[in-house]
Each structure stands twice: as C-alpha cells, then as structure tokens.
Design a protein around this ligand. Structure first.
Ligand SMILES: Nc1nc2c(c(=O)[nH]1)N[C@H]1C(S)=C(S)[C@@H](COP(=O)(O)OP(=O)(O)OC[C@H]3O[C@@H](n4cnc5c(=O)[nH]c(N)nc54)[C@H](O)[C@@H]3O)O[C@H]1N2
Ligand SMILES: Nc1nc2c(c(=O)[nH]1)N[C@H]1C(S)=C(S)[C@@H](COP(=O)(O)OP(=O)(O)OC[C@H]3O[C@@H](n4cnc5c(=O)[nH]c(N)nc54)[C@H](O)[C@@H]3O)O[C@H]1N2
Ligand code: SF4
Ligand SMILES: [Mo]
Length: 758
C-alpha cells in the first residue's frame, strides 16, 4: 500500500476543517488543508497540522491502566473491565446516584460518543451527571431553550452574507469560532470588510480579532447585559424596531420595552465603560444596516449575567430585524435531523412544541436545579465531599479534565483524591485521570470515523461530511463507542462482554428507528420498524455508522436535495470525501420554534425575574478600583489537553498574567517577573506580561495550564507547566439561570513577588 492520501474532517475544534493526510502505510507524514473540502477550502490552523505529533505522542495511552496506590500497570481489557466491575459494583448496589459522571469537551467532536454516550447515562441512571457545558455554553442553551424552545435552536451569524457583525466576548481569530461552526473565520471576517461591511469587537482585551476589526470597544467584564440593554433601549426609543421575518411570531415585546426603560445609554455607560454616544451609534448601525448580526460567545456566557447576556444578543437581533434574515442571525437545518428540523406531531401548528423545563431535580448539597439533565459542575466537589445519602463515591470521566477546567479546581482535585473508585476514558494520564483507578484509552484520531453531529447544527452553511477511519484498529484497540457500551453493560449489570455491547448497539438503533417511524413527516413515517432495522444492518454497518445512516436517511435531506433525487445517506457521503454542500442557511421561522406558544418568547418569566432582581440593581455598580480577572485562548492551545505537543507549546511562554501598564506601575509589577495573584478561593504565582492590549483594572490568565501535578504523565506539558487559573475562580459564583460557572470578572489582588528595583 505504502504512500497514499486520505481526507478527513479535523476533530480538534468547532471549525470542522477538511484535512488532506499524507500517509505512508499507517504513518501520518504530512497534514495539509483539503482544498476541495466544500466548507473549508484548504484552510487549517497549527493544531490541524499537529495531528501528526498527536498521533505519534509517546505519552498517549495505548493500553488500559490500573492504579494501585501510586503505581500504575498496563493490563488487558478483560482485566480492566473486571477491575471496574469490582470497584463500581458495590457502590451502584448501594445507590446509583453515588456514581457521578463528568463528560468533557471532546465528546462534542466525537461521533461515537455523540451517538452512543447516552446509553451509558441511561444504563447508569444516576442524577449526578455533570459536563463541561456548565463552564461553557449552558447560558446560551438556556436562553435559546426559553426563547425558541430547543437547547440547540441557537441562531448563528450568517457570516458569508453579513455586512455588519457585532462580536462580544469571542476571539475567533484564536478560537476559530464557537457556537458558530465555520472554517476559516479569519478569511470570512476579512471578507466582510473587503465587501464594504464592518465588524466591531466588544472585549476587555484588544484580542487579535479586535485588532483586525473596524472598531474595538473595551468593556468592563461581566457587563455585556448592561451594554446590550443600552442597545435595546436605543432601538426602542428611536423607533428603530423592525421585526422583519419575526413579525407575527413574537411574544413579550412590551415586557422587554418596560425592562429596557431603566437602561438608557447614559445609565449603563459608567457600568460597562462604553460611552453613551457609542452605544447609540452601534444600536443605529445594527438596526439600519440591511444585513447585520450580533454574536456573543464565551466571554458573554461564563460570567455573572451569562444567560441575560446570551438572551439579549438574540433580543437585539430580533428587534433590529436581523433574526432569520439573510446576512443576519439564522437557524440551521442539519442533515442528521432531530433538533431544528421542524417536524412536529400530527395536528400541531407550526412552531408549537413542548418548550423546555428546568429544575426537575436539585443537587443534594446546594439545592441547585438541573438544566438539560445535568447539574452545574461547580457543585461536583461538594457532592463528592459532603457525607450523607446520595453522596458521590465513584466517578466516571469521559474526555474531561475538570481538575484544570472547572472553578475552584483545587477543591475538586482534593475531592477526586477522596473517591472510593474512579474510571476515566481518556487518552492521557493527566491532572484529572491520575486520580482514576482504571484508565481506559481510546484509539487515535486516524483510526476512528468522524461526522460532526453536534457542530453541523451550528454551522454557517448547511453541510454534511463523513470521514471513514484512515487506518485500521490495532489488535488490542477498542473503538471509543464500544468502550462506552461496555461500561454501560457493566453499570446495567449485564457485564462487559462484546456480546453485551452488541445488544446495546442494537438497542440504540432500535429506539432511533422507532422514533423515526413515529415522527410526523420523517419520510419513513409508519414504515415497518423491523424492516428498516434489517435494511440498515445489511452491509455490515454497526455502531455509530449504522445510526448515522438512519439519521441521514430520515433527516431533512433524506428524500432528495438540490439536484440529487436519491437523498442523503451514508453511502452518498462515502462517495463524497470532500463533503456535500447543502447550501446557505434558509429562513426557518416559524417551523424551527418549539415553544408551547409557537412564538418567539422575547420575555420569558425566569429572565424577567433575573433582570429585575439582579441586573437592574447592579446598575448602581461602577468601577471601584478593584482588579478583575478574565481568561483568554491562544491559537496553539486546545483547552488543557494539547500541551504535550512540543510544536504547539514551544516559543515564548503563553501562560502569563496580562496587566495594563498603569496597573503594573501602580503595583510595582515588572515584565517577566512573577506576581502573586489571590482570589477569595486561591492564590498562584505567574510571570507578568505588561500590555496596553488589556483594559486598566483587568488582568488575564489563560485556562488549561498547570501541568505540574504529581502522578500525571505528560512529559512535554510538565516542562511547560504554567499555572491553573481555575485555582482562582470561585465555585460559589454561578449564573443562577443556567448554573454556569462565572469564570470571567473574578475579583483578585495582585502583588509583585520581586519588588521593582530590588
Ligand atoms: N477559567 C476558564 N476555565 C475554562 C474555560 C475558560 O474560558 N476559562 N473554558 C471552559 C470551556 S469552554 C471548556 S469546553 C472546558 C473544557 O473542559 P474539559 O472538557 O474538562 O477539558 P479539556 O481540556 O477539553 O480536556 C479534554 C480531556 O479529554 C481527553 N481527550 C482528548 N481527546 C479525547 C478523545 O478522543 N477521547 C477521549 N475519551 N478523551 C479525549 C484529554 O486528554 C483531556 O483529558 O474548560 C472550561 N474551563
Ligand atoms: N486555539 C483554541 N481554540 C479553541 C479553544 C482553545 O482552547 N484554543 N477552545 C475551544 C472551546 S472549548 C471554546 S468554548 C471556544 C471559545 O471561543 P471564544 O469564545 O472565541 O473564546 P476566547 O478565544 O477565549 O475569547 C473570549 C474572549 O472573551 C473576552 N472576555 C472575557 N470576559 C469578557 C466579558 O465579560 N465580556 C466580554 N465582552 N468579553 C469578555 C476575553 O478577553 C476573550 O478575548 O474556543 C474553542 N476553540
Ligand atoms: S481550525 Fe480547528 S478544525 Fe480547523 S485545523 Fe484548526 S483545530 Fe482543526
Ligand atoms: Mo468550550
């Protein structure tokens, strides 16, 4: 076989770039951007090329590992599963809630986990489910759920047709975009300017995206909701409300007007640090530019008013007539169906659905409500540590590193050390998985298939692209989805054999088939479920592929699309290795809605209450000289887990404390020297980087660092350890509407460790 070229979608971030992989037998020798990819057209970033080093990384786990005390040994799968049955068995027997689960970010980029991961949760039946969502996008899911009726009914900016984009709390030049699936963000943002449009960035830091923008507005951390309300106030006061496509589909406009009265630009300006005239100008630009959109991301979510800011982004989009309009903020129609397809029950008017409900359960210690089936991860440590009925005594982590990624992680680190049993499905022994009793490794990127089930529902074009595995599994490897099914077999009491996993695999397909057959207008509606099951099973497909094939066939393009009368299926995608373009985003109102009223709920009750009880009173807060901490991302990072690749971490240190020159002078901080940073919950020491690219009164530390934990085995990361900023973030600070952690705007004090001039 020797030399060959293969194509696949990069699974490392939300941008879904097509990669051209040069292979020599099973060895990856070169990574390039796939110029024929229908979506990315050859774009890639340094992480994409680092796939080569990731595949070859000697520290990546290749066999299951079992820990005894401080020592680890490699074992076979049978022994690893037997150890897990021994460890989890008695704990489950006492209480299912005693086994917690934490799902990390890479699950969202993993076909096997997306399709099969749920079975593990169902089989376990524990209330104690946590994920990275509550240190990330939960506020957006809550606001979208309340406004539009679905957790993934999130409008995305129609980037390629937009002429004015207001970006808050996002740095897509570094992150490559999030809740906005789009390869080559830099090129597409520059294209807005090239066609005479503009983009404006609101951020307490002058990020790379801000540098490239037409205008950058420094904003005091945590005050996006105030600023956005200032826009709403102006749009209403100046008679600029145009509902456009949303006309006739909106409830709650009056309530919003009433709330907005308190937020005149002059009133919010001293709170958010953006002057009143600028607020008016931005509001007018948004309302009068034909094709305009507001987009907010991590800085607007992981903060004190996360849900309110996320909600207001879409309120502004709606009032300015930019919702569901070309070049505005639009809804997707993903090929795998499910969310956003607009298929309703027979006899239900378009847009009417069940909506969302929260708080069906509450966490044991802090009584925090559940959102979309999970508890805030900020509550994980206390649920492990506080004794009593329902205490978590065992934990399963899948693709997560909460010891670095969740607030007050010093407390979580200690809590994990006190568990009776822990299992991690992961590719490294890192800060989190070092606490596990058993680590189950999964095969590398090249030996798994890929399809972005989650991310295509947020893509700025409707696309579908399937990547088969590039190399085969080695004899001792199990695909990740099968590892998850075998774990599910164990917690279901059916054992961890391949046969038990196969039964669960069939079960997943059967339930999906039954749902499709029962769904109005699903194009297999009313068909014989058994026949359909047989049809999908021919050709030897199993596992996630088989389910994906069903999703595509019964999805909105399954009946035919464009010039293709056959319709989408996995066969079609296999024949199109560069992907299938399903066209630009289309108007979706009202079909996309799922609210009980069938309307866009502009003023949901919970949101109105939060505005009245927390946001409006906070208008009295002005800058008081206190320093606050925010985060940032670097192009060459991926949260906590790609720091073991020398090509990405070498060069000038990236884990630094950014400080404005005025603050540095006042505090006696010296470039390159260490400073001590303290918050209510912790302290750390970190080198200072003085830059006028950050607002006075604000300091910044990136997350995902701090790789000096004893017992982790990531040699390169250990040499570039950095410090863990989540030692400073405070687990008691949550956005109450979503349970999301507050990771930006943390009050801190900073002192020089080596006094200036010493
Ligand atoms: N202060 C602060 N904290 C933050 C953030 C912030 O902006 N500021 N951002 C937050 C955000 S947005 C996120 S998403 C979270 C991320 O939080 P987490 O998901 O907890 O952390 P990651 O660093 O993504 O860790 C991913 C884990 O998955 C493993 N892994 C990688 N690939 C695979 C795979 O294919 N299969 C399996 N089974 N494991 C794999 C890695 O080894 C690593 O252990 O961090 C959050 N934390
Ligand atoms: N290279 C790289 N790419 C990534 C990741 C990574 O770790 N590295 N992580 C991926 C993940 S999991 C996610 S969720 C996405 C996140 O994608 P983005 O949301 O684009 O994340 P950041 O690059 O951290 O940009 C957030 C910006 O918010 C600003 N900010 C902080 N607080 C506030 C505030 O209160 N208000 C406003 N307006 N701004 C504020 C910060 O200064 C920062 O510039 O990136 C993804 N892509
Ligand atoms: S931008 Fe994201 S998807 Fe594209 S190559 Fe980089 S890491 Fe991969
Ligand atoms: Mo994230």
């Amino acid at each position: 076989m020797a030399k060959r070229t293969a194509f696949r979608t990069c699974p490392l971030c939300e941008a879904t770039c097509g990669l051209e992989l040069h292979m020599d037998d099973d060895e990856l020798t070169l990574v390039r951007g796939d110029r024929d990819d229908v979506f990315s057209r050859g774009y890639l970033c340094p992480k994409g090329t680092a796939l080569k080093q990731l595949e070859a990384d000697p520290d990546r786990l290749r066999a299951p590992m079992v820990r005894t005390g401080d020592s680890w040994r490699e074992v076979g799968w049978d022994e690893a599963f037997a150890e897990i049955e021994r460890g989890l068995g008695p704990i489950i027997e006492a209480s299912r809630d005693a086994v917690g689960v934490y799902l990390g970010n890479p699950n969202a980029h993993n076909l096997g986990a997306m399709v099969m991961g749920k079975v593990l949760l169902q089989a376990l039946g524990s209330a104690n489910v946590f994920s990275a969502s509550t240190v990330d996008q939960m506020p957006k899911q809550v606001s979208a759920g309340l406004m539009f009726g679905g957790a993934l009914t999130v409008p995305v900016p129609d980037l390629d047709r937009c002429d004015y984009l207001l970006i808050l709390g996002a740095n897509p030049f570094a992150s490559n975009g999030s809740l906005m699936t789009v390869p080559d963000v830099p090129g597409r943002l520059r294209a807005i300017r090239a066609r005479g449009g503009r983009f404006v960035v609101v951020d307490p830091r002058r990020s790379k995206t801000a540098e490239e923008a037409d205008e950058h507005l420094f904003i005091r951390p945590g005050t996006d909701a105030h600023f956005l309300f200032g826009l709403v106030h102006t749009i209403i006061r100046e008679g600029l409300v145009r509902l456009g496509a949303a006309e006739g589909h909106v409830d709650g406009l009056e309530a919003v007007s009433r709330l907005a009265e308190h937020y005149a630009p002059e009133v919010v300006a001293p709170t958010c640090g953006i002057d009143a005239e600028t607020i008016r100008r931005v509001a007018r630009d948004l309302a009068t530019t034909e094709r305009a959109a507001v987009y907010g991301r991590i800085g607007t979510c992981t903060q004190e008013f996360g849900t309110l800011a996320s909600w207001l982004v879409d309120v502004v989009n709606t009032l300015a007539g930019n919702l569901d309009r070309e070049g505005g903020a639009m809804f997707t129609l993903p090929a795998t169906g499910g969310a956003n397809t607009g298929a309703t029950k027979a006899g239900t008017p378009a847009g009417v659905g069940r909506g969302v409900r929260f708080g069906r359960r509450h966490s044991r210690v802090r009584d925090l409500p559940e959102f979309f089936g999970e508890f805030p991860v900020a509550a994980l440590a206390e649920e492990i540590e506080a004794p009593g009925d329902g205490q978590i005594r065992a934990l399963i982590t899948v693709a997560g590193n909460p010891v670095l990624s969740t607030p007050d992680s010093g407390a979580l680190d200690r809590a994990l050390g006190s568990l009776d049993f822990m299992v991690s499905v992961d590719i490294y022994r890192n800060e989190t998985t070092r606490h596990a009793n058993v680590i189950l490794p999964v095969p590398g990127v090249l030996s798994r298939s890929h399809y972005d089930v989650a991310l295509y529902s947020l893509a700025v074009r409707n696309v579908a692209n399937y990547s088969p595995p590039v190399i085969g599994l080695k004899p001792h490897e199990l695909p990740e989805w099968e590892v998850l099914l075998r774990l599910a077999g164990i917690v279901a009491g059916q054992g961890s054999t391949a046969e038990a996993a196969a039964v669960l695999d069939d079960f997943v397909l059967t339930s999906q088939v039954q749902k499709a057959v029962a769904r109005e207008g699903s194009n297999v509606e009313g068909r014989d479920a058994g026949e359909l099951f047989e049809m999908l099973s021919t050709g030897g497909r199993r596992g996630p592929e088989r389910v994906l094939d069903l999703m595509l066939r019964t999805g909105p393009y399954g009946d035919g699309f464009g010039a293709d009368p056959e319709g989408l299926s996995l066969d079609v995608l296999e024949a199109n290795p560069h992907g299938v373009d399903l066209g630009p985003l289309q108007p979706r109102l009202p079909d996309v809605l799922r609210t009980p009223s069938g309307k866009i709920e502009l003023a949901p009750e919970a949101i109105v209450e939060d505005v009245e009880t927390r946001l409006t009173p906070s208008l009295a807060r002005h800058a008081n000289g206190e320093l606050v901490l925010v985060g940032r991302r670097d192009l060459r990072s991926n949260n906590s887990w790609m720091h073991n690749l020398e090509v990405l971490v070498k060069g000038k240190p990236r884990c630094t404390l950014q400080v404005h020159p005025d603050d540095a002078a006042r505090l006696g901080l010296v470039e390159g020297a260490d400073a001590r940073v303290r918050s209510r919950v912790g302290a750390l020491e970190i080198p200072v980087e003085i830059t006028d690219g950050i607002m006075p009164g604000v300091v910044s530390i990136p997350h995902g660092w701090g790789h000096d934990a004893a017992g982790a085995e990531m040699e390169v990361a250990g040499r570039y350890a950095g410090v863990n900023t989540n030692l400073l973030t405070d687990g008691s600070q949550l956005d109450p509407l979503s349970g999301n952690a507050v990771l930006n705007g943390i009050p801190v004090t900073v002192e020089a460790l080596v006094p200036a001039g010493a």
